[in-house]
Design a protein around this ligand. Sequence first.
Ligand code: PLP
Length: 401
Amino acid sequence: MIVRGEGAYLVDQLGKRYLDGNSSIWTNIHGHGHPAIISAIQGQAATLAHSSALGFGNEPAAELAAALVGCFPKETLTKVFYTDDGSTAIECALRLALQYWEMEGQPERASFAAFDSAYHGDTMGAAALGGIATFHKRVSKLGVPVCHVKDLTHLIGLPPEEVSKLAAVVIEPLIQGAAGMRLWPKGMLSELRAWCDEHGVFLILDEVMTGFGRTGKMFACQHEEVIPDFIALAKGLTGGTLPLAATLTTQRVFDAFLSRPGEDRTFYYGHSYCGNPLGCTAALASLQIFEEEAVLAKLTNKMEVLGSLLREWQNADRRVRDVRQCGFIAGIDIGDPSGAAFSSGDKFGAQVCLAARAHGLLTRPVNDTLVLMLPLCADLDDIRLAVAALQAGLRDVVPVE
Ligand SMILES: Cc1ncc(COP(=O)(O)O)c(C=O)c1O
C-alpha cells in the first residue's frame, strides 16, 4: 500500500521509500505533493469543485484551454474539448473525425488507420485501434472499423479504395509506449503528416504518454514541427495529480459543428466531469511550474546523464540486449547471460522490477523491457539510483554465470 508521495518518491505503509520509476504509470511530472499544485487545488476546492460543462463554462477550464492553445503555433490548434483520461481523449478525437466527415458529405470516410503494436486506451473505440493482442483480443470484433498497418511504407501502399475510406490515421508520435518503448524512425512523423495532407485524411496524435516534456520538448510533435488535426492529451496534463484530458483540434473542425438554422450538428459526446475545475486548476499550476522552474531547460543534462549511464550498462553487460531512449523515457531489453532473449512467458522483466523494489525503485516492465520514466523533477542522484536499482534487480534475478 502506498501511503504518501514526496517529490520523486513514494512511501509505503511500512515507511519504505521508493523512487517512482515509472511516474505512477507515466502520469507524474513535477513530483508528488508539489506545493504549488497542492495549494492551487486547495484554493479551487474551496471556491468551486465542480459544475457541469453542459451549457456552462468555468474560469479554470477557459484559462487552461487558452494556455494549451498557446503551446502551439498561432491559429493551428485553437479549440479544446475536455474529457477524463487518455482513452476518452482518443475516443473524442475519433468521434469528432467521424462526425466531421459525415456532416461534410463524405460518410464513406468512416474507418481509421492505426499501427501494429499501438496502444490508445481501453474504451471500445480506442481499444479497436490497438495493435497489442493481449489488451484487445477479447473485444477485437467491436468498436470502430480499423485498418491496421505495420509502418508508414505499409500505409503508403494501401490501395486507393482503402485510403478513400479513411477518416484519420492515429499514431503515438516518436515512440510507442505500451509496445515496449519502440521508436519510430526520425522524420517518419513529418512524412506521415505529408501523406495525410496529400490524401485528405486527418492526423490524430496520441500524446497521452509523450506530452508534457517526456520527450525533451513539451510535445513530441514539436521535434518534427508537425501540427496534427487532433491531439489527445491526458496523464501528465495535471502534473499527474487528477484525472483530466483534453482533445485539441482546429478551427476548420470546430466550424463544421456549427449548426445552421434547421440543422443539428451538435457533438453529442460528453462526460459528467468534463472541464472539471479542480483538474483544470491543477493543469494550470503544472504549466506554470514548467515556466517558473525552467523544467525543460534543466531536463537536457538529465537526459544526457540517463543516456550515458544506460549506454555504459549496455556496453558492459550482455544481458542488456538493447536500450532505447526518447528524451527522459527509456526502455531496456533484457536477456540471458549469453545475450539471447528469454522465452516468452518467463516474465523475467516482471521479476527484475520486483527485485528492484528491494533496491529502492518502483517500476513496471513491458514483457522483458524494463521501463524508466522518472518524474521530470528527478535529479542526477535519482537517475543514478534508478539505473543502479535495475542493475541490482537484474543481478538478483539473472546472475552472470
Ligand atoms: C499512448 C497512450 N494512449 C492512451 C492511453 C490511455 O490512457 P488512460 O489510461 O488514461 O485511459 C495510454 C495509457 O497508457 C497511452 O499510453
